[in-house]
Design a protein around this ligand. Structure first.
Ligand SMILES: Nc1ncnc2c1ncn2[C@@H]1O[C@H](COP(=O)(O)OP(=O)(O)OP(=O)(O)O)[C@@H](O)[C@H]1O
Ligand SMILES: Nc1nc2c(c(=O)[nH]1)N[C@H]1C(S)=C(S)[C@@H](COP(=O)(O)O)O[C@H]1N2
Length: 179
């Protein structure tokens, strides 16, 4: 890894994890999945914050300003009063990509999780940063990321982010146009 390595943000949004009431397992699960998919060495910026809308907006903007090409968050996508991750995402983004949420929910339903429809998980871009929001449960991370990762590097190409090479032994990245 060098100073110019692509940057990836991993944002855990959880009242209890941020207070240390339980160990954050979902942030590390995101980083482990991305390290598995990506042949390109990346720098990972990990942040843990409570479910506060202004704080989430600030963290998303800060990770984008630091040059992250991709930011994956976990938590705060559900129906509870303090679940406000999608609202913060909408406030911050230039464009929203509801197809990510549709695909991730479909994958979770196919895994036999009927409550997958309770997650308002989605994706959006701010400049050359792609944000993908995932549910809080550690077990949801790999299911959801596996379902959408093949489209992520090309999306980042199109918004002018870093070139991310997939590891073909783990995932087949889909690029309709080659560099
Ligand atoms: N980052 C995380 N690490 C480990 N377990 C998690 C994490 N986020 C959620 N969970 C687990 O999933 C369960 C349900 O998630 P829930 O949506 O209540 O989480 P949350 O929104 O992170 O919690 P909180 O109410 O503290 O903000 C939690 O009780 C916890 O067991
Ligand atoms: N794959 C998968 N998706 C899942 C779940 C899960 O356990 N596995 N939990 C669901 C539940 S119970 C909720 S309430 C929503 C929202 O979770 P969040 O508020 O922690 O983001 O994600 C849903 N999606």
């Amino acid at each position: 890894m060098t100073e110019d390595s692509p940057k990836i943000g991993v944002l855990t949004i959880s009242d209890r994890a941020s207070r240390g009431e339980y160990e954050d397992l979902s942030g590390p699960a995101i980083e482990a999945a991305l390290r598995d998919y990506l042949a390109t060495p990346c720098e990972y910026l990990r942040v843990v914050i409570p479910d506060d809308r202004e704080g989430i907006c600030a963290a998303l903007r800060e990770l984008a300003a630091k040059g992250c090409s991709l930011v994956c968050s976990t938590g705060g996508t559900g129906p509870s009063a303090r679940d406000v991750t999608p609202e913060a995402l909408e406030e911050v983004c230039d464009k929203l990509f509801p197809g990510f949420g549709e695909q991730m929910r479909r994958a979770s339903l196919d895994e036999g999780v009927p409550t997958a429809i309770l997650s308002r998980q989605t994706a959006g871009t701010l400049g050359s940063t792609l944000f993908v929001t995932l549910p809080g449960k550690p077990a949801a991370i790999r299911v959801c990321l596996d379902a959408v990762f093949p489209a992520i590097p090309y999306c980042i190409d199109l918004i002018g982010g870093a070139w991310l090479e997939g590891n073909p032994e783990v995932v087949e990245v889909f690029r309709p146009k080659q560099k």
